[in-house]
Structures are given as C-alpha cells and as structure tokens.
Design a protein around this ligand. Structure first.
Ligand SMILES: Nc1ncnc2c1ncn2[C@@H]1O[C@H](COP(=O)(O)OP(=O)(O)OP(=O)(O)O)[C@@H](O)[C@H]1O
Length: 463
C-alpha cells in the first residue's frame, strides 16, 4: 500500500519560529496548510491524509473539544508542535498522550522533523493495513451479525433462504446466542421489512396480563382497562411478531395462540368482534421445547405449528474462531477514543477469551468486553480486566457504580441458587417483580439454566 508524502500543517508557528514548509519540501514532503481546525477537517476529508502536524502554542490554543474532534479519527497520525511541555495543562496533556502519535517542543531541527514524520507515516500505513485486513476478515450478514466460521456462514445462508418463505420459524438455542438478532435479520430481509417487527418476551409478562398484552382489550373489559388497547399481535400487522421464550407461555394461553395461528383472527378481551391480522410468527426459546412437549408442559399441536422451519443457533464455544472477531467488533463499538486509555487486547487476554467456555454466549462476551474497557487502566486489556477467573483481585479502584453492578449480579445469582432457579421464588426473595428479575438476568447475562453448584460458584466471584 503506497501513501503519498502529503502532510497537513495546522495553525501557525509561535512568533520568532521559522516556517517548516520549505525544509519539509527539501525532504520530499508535500505540505498542505490549514489556518484552523475547520479548514483542517475539510482538507482531511478531501485528501485522505496520513500525517498531520499541528501547532499548539500557548495563548493561541484551539478549543480542546474541536481539537479532539479533529484528531480523534484513526486514519491520520498527528504530531503536536508545542512551545512548552504540555504536562502543566492536565486536559491538554491527556489529549496529547491519548490521541497524538508524538509531540515535540519547539524549536525542531529539520532532520528530526523528517524522522518523526517518517515514523508517523509508517505507523499510518500499518494501521490502514490492519483496518483493511479486519474488513476482509469480518463477515457481516447485515449490520449486526458477526462471524466467519462455517457454522455462522451456514446461519447466514439459512437466513437468506427462509427470509421470504412466509412460514413460521422456531429459533432454538442457548441464552445469548443471537436468537433475537437472527429474528430481526430474517424480518429485515423479508418482503415484510417495511412493516413492524414486534418482539414479546413471553417469560417476562405476568400470567394475568399476557392475554391482553397479546390480544388487546376493550375499554372497561377488566379493572384497570381504562381505554381500548390493541394487542402486540395487532401491532405487528403487516410485519413480524417475534415470540421470545415461547416455552414460558402459560398452558392456557397456548390454546389461544394456536387458535390465532389457525384462523389468523384476534379477539380483544371484552369484544365479540374478530379482527383479521396478517403477521408472520417467529418464535424462540432457550428451553428444550421437545422435552417440554414430552412432559406435557407445552402443547404438541402448537409446537408443530410454530416449528415449520427450525433454526439451531450454535453456541459460542462451538465457533471459537469468531470470538476474536466479536471481541474486536464490540471493542470498536464501545470505544470512546476521547476518554479511554485502552487501545486493544493483549495477546494473553485474547487467548483467555478463546479458552473460556462462554456459558452466557455472545451476550456474556459483550458484557465482559464492556466491563474490561471500563476497568482497564492500561493501553491493552489484560486477562485480569476480563474478570473471567473465579477469584480475582482488583488492585485498582472500582467506582461505586461498578461496585453496585457487581454486587447486584452476585445477589441475583445467590437468590437464584437458593431457589434452584425458580424465578417466582427468587423474585420474592429479592422483593422485586418477576419482570424486573428477568430484566436483571438479561442485563447481567446470568445463565438461568446453569446448575445450582455453578451458580453458587459464580456467587463467589470477588471483584
Ligand atoms: N453473531 C453475533 N454477532 C454480533 N452480536 C451478537 C451475535 N449474537 C449475539 N449477539 C449480541 O449478543 C446479545 C444477545 O443477543 P440476542 O438477544 O439476540 O440473544 P438471544 O439468544 O435472543 O438471548 P435470550 O435467549 O437471552 O433471549 C446482543 O447484544 C446481540 O447483539
């Protein structure tokens, strides 16, 4: 990859310093000039510049937020030319240390400047090559599903194939494997994509409300029904209804859903009218639905109605080569270049990510990356920052919010463990509603179906 020796010079040297352009030309550089950051931004956009020089002269400093916005972009390597050490100005020294390739206190010799610019150019080339490689490596099905292993490629193929077949699809897989993401991808690629995508978590709605939530109600149909309300099925008309955790649908509601699937009509509570609704049904669960059918917890006729096409989501441990891709994708997504020191993963951290069993699958991985990025105080995330070891010891400070987050996780695990994963009883122990407990389980990527002893183990994680 060739990069020209264009270099952008922003601002003016302090009074008494010489202009550098002529000397730079003598070393083969082609300088371009910008008087201020606004001009600089326009030139960067037009010329895809690899290296920039910026004068940061006391008494004439640009606004720090504008400076940050200009230099934060990864594709240009910046060198600051300063008239005094920036270390006395905390905000400026933080910005220079985080976002600049190098700085030099003026005056600077021509040879020194050429040497610095050459180093910056080499680094810019390396960064661009890495960015290009990452683009080739990462396979996106659409904006969100990440993976390149044969299992995930097979998933992409199935999604493309089933998107326009208007049959119900049942997505089966462990918690956090991307079932909802897959449902959204199917909707997005289907002829219904202009219609709504409505997701309902059947496990999170109290039994007493689920009928009205799905089918709607008329004003005065029951105490508290102050006004007429369409249900979620009607809301999805013309689009897709995604019934998540379908295995948690109360038995009596299963009959009503089956009836809807057969005649495609809904009847709001308190009304005699039947309304035709054209909607595609996708469903998912992390439970073993066939086993639920076998023991009589789930209606067999409904199971067959929903399961015209089945998609099995591969757990993360079966596609280890995707772990690094996912980790890097979410790292980039969460990276706040202006306030974080962290720049990537250490090799040991990547090895640990690949070795981990990932009971909570991609959701757990995402949470670990986010947590590591907050806790990490170095340029590279180290194994300890990931918190995957059972007993860990943070030598550095943890904020009150982080401590609360960890404590919340541990208390929920303890309640689930004491109650052998019974949501109702665990919620009662915690004095919260079932819906809130479901939300918290999701937030912390807690593996609900893990064994009692595993939950007790996970309680023991010491921050
Ligand atoms: N292949 C993937 N690429 C990128 N992100 C993913 C992938 N799979 C899952 N995720 C992310 O992991 C998180 C959980 O995904 P999702 O909600 O789709 O899982 P789920 O299987 O429906 O979970 P649950 O069973 O708990 O409802 C989301 O943040 C999602 O964006």
């Amino acid at each position: 990859m060739d990069m020209s020796k264009d270099v952008l010079i922003v601002g003016k040297p302090p009074p008494g310093s010489c202009q550098l352009s002529q000397a730079m030309r003598a070393y083969g550089w082609s300088p371009l000039h910008a008087d201020d950051l606004e001009q600089a931004a326009a030139l960067i956009e037009d010329h895809s510049l690899a290296v920039g020089l910026i004068y940061l002269v006391s008494g004439n400093l640009p606004k720090l937020s504008s400076l940050e916005n200009t230099v934060v972009d990864d594709t240009t390597q910046w060198i600051a030319l300063v008239d005094q050490e920036p270390r006395d100005d905390t905000a400026l020294s933080r910005l220079v240390s985080h976002l600049f390739f190098a700085y030099h206190v003026l005056p600077i010799e021509n040879r020194q400047l050429d040497c610095l610019l050459n180093h910056a150019l080499t680094m810019a080339r390396l960064c661009r090559r890495q960015a290009d490689d990452a683009l080739v490596e990462t396979q996106h099905h659409d904006d969100e599903i990440i993976g390149a292993t044969p299992k995930i490629r097979e998933l992409f193929r199935i999604i493309d194939k089933v998107a326009n077949v208007d049959a119900p699809i049942y997505i089966n897989g462990e918690s956090g494997t991307g079932k909802e993401l897959t449902a959204r991808a199917i909707h997005k690629r289907s002829t219904r994509s202009r219609g709504p995508f409505i997701a309902v978590n059947c496990g999170a709605i109290p039994n007493s409300l689920i009928q009205s939530e799905l089918f709607g109600h008329e004003k005065g149909a029951f105490t508290g029904a102050c006004q007429r309300r369409a249900g979620r099925i009607e809301a999805a008309a013309g689009g897709t209804l995604f019934l998540d955790e379908i295995g948690d649908l109360p038995f009596e509601m299963q009959v009503n859903l089956l009836r809807f699937l057969e005649n495609r009509k809904v009847q709001r509570i308190g009304s005699l009218d039947e309304i035709d609704v054209d909607v595609r049904i996708l469903s998912a669960t992390h439970n073993d639905l066939e086993e639920a059918v076998r023991v009589g917890d789930f209606r067999e006729d409904l199971f067959h109605r929903l399961n015209v096409i089945q998609i099995d989501m591969p757990p993360l441990r079966e596609r280890q080569e995707d772990i690094e891709l996912l980790a890097r994708h979410y790292f980039e997504k969460f990276l706040d270049k202006t306030s974080m020191t962290v720049r990537g993963f250490s090799n040991d951290a990547l090895i640990l990510l690949r070795k981990h069993d990932w009971p909570g699958n991609v959701r757990e991985l995402v949470n670990r990356i986010r947590r590591a990025m907050i806790l990490c105080e170095h340029r590279l995330i180290r194994p300890i920052d990931l918190g995957l070891e059972r007993r860990r010891n943070h030598r550095h400070a943890v904020t009150l919010e982080q401590a609360r987050h960890i404590a919340e996780h541990d208390v929920i695990c303890a309640a689930l463990a004491r109650n052998r994963n019974n949501i109702q009883n665990a919620a009662r122990d915690l004095d919260i509603s079932r819906v809130t407990l479901y939300r918290l389980i999701e937030k912390h990527a807690i593996r609900r179906h893990c064994r009692h002893d595993e939950l007790v183990q996970s309680m023991k994680i010491v921050p």
